[in-house]
Design a protein around this ligand. Structure first.
Ligand SMILES: O=C(CO)[C@H](O)[C@H](O)COP(=O)(O)O
Ligand SMILES: [Fe+2]
Length: 216
């Protein structure tokens, strides 16, 4: 099965956001990845809901929303209003993760849980049956264009084992430093979906870069 490709608009040219979204609409990408940062959970701020309303209007593919914020449950209505397909919340930001997952589902979105590079896969054991997807961060969240953390490939393998063992249907997505080389190894390890920012938007032909990732 071909991997799901979710281009991250964090690396788009914000001065030409409409053009870059149109490129994704025309491309072989399945989803559009949206990074929301609060300057508290991560040391950076990206864009907020007034900008994302405009993005959502132009986007013709399901939105894969990645919230790098504290208390993400506070923003379930705003994320829902964007028409998001998937709402990714961080394990590290949710002391009551099970409740948040339930709330996301009740709101009519697919719940996904994201883990930072220092969080072991084993921490997901009691939530894995309840989520649509797990997002493994392969860089420390907060910035695009960072170097891939090698240990992430092993984490994908461990997560695939946990999913098989528990009978979960969860998808595995990986985010950070994904390119043709790291992407190939992640897919081999069991990843279903790849987020790519820099590898797409720094390429001479971004649409071709998406196609190449899709054909890995
Ligand atoms: O969540 C993120 C950063 O925290 C981004 O989705 C990620 O960094 C994508 O960018 P790149 O592919 O350039 O690493
Ligand atoms: Fe992300």
């Amino acid at each position: 099965m071909k991997p799901i490709i979710s281009p991250s608009i964090l690396s788009a040219d914000f001065g030409y956001l409409a053009r870059d979204l149109e490129m994704i609409n025309q491309s072989e990408a399945q989803w559009i990845h949206i990074d929301i940062m609060d300057g508290v959970f991560v040391p950076n701020i990206s864009f907020g809901f007034p900008v994302l309303k405009y993005v959502a209007k132009l986007a013709e593919k399901p939105l894969d929303v990645h919230l790098m914020i504290v208390q993400p449950e506070k923003f379930i209505p705003e994320v829902k209003a964007l028409g998001a397909h998937i709402m990714n919340v961080h394990y590290e930001a949710c002391p009551h993760l099970h409740r948040v997952v339930q709330q996301i589902r009740e709101a009519g979105m697919q719940p996904a849980v994201t883990i930072n590079p220092a969080t072991p896969v084993a921490m997901l054991k009691d939530i894995i049956r309840d989520v649509y997807m797990v997002l493994i961060m392969s860089v420390n969240p907060g910035f695009g264009g960072q170097k891939f953390i090698e240990h992430s490939v092993e984490k994908v393998r461990e997560l695939r084992e946990l999913i098989t063992l528990t009978g979960s249907q969860a998808l595995i997505e990986v985010d950070g430093g994904v390119n043709l080389d790291t992407g190939a190894r992640l897919i081999e390890a069991g990843a279903d979906a790849l987020v790519a920012g820099n590898a797409v938007f720094s390429a001479p032909d971004p649409e071709e870069a998406i196609r190449a990732l899709r054909n890995l």
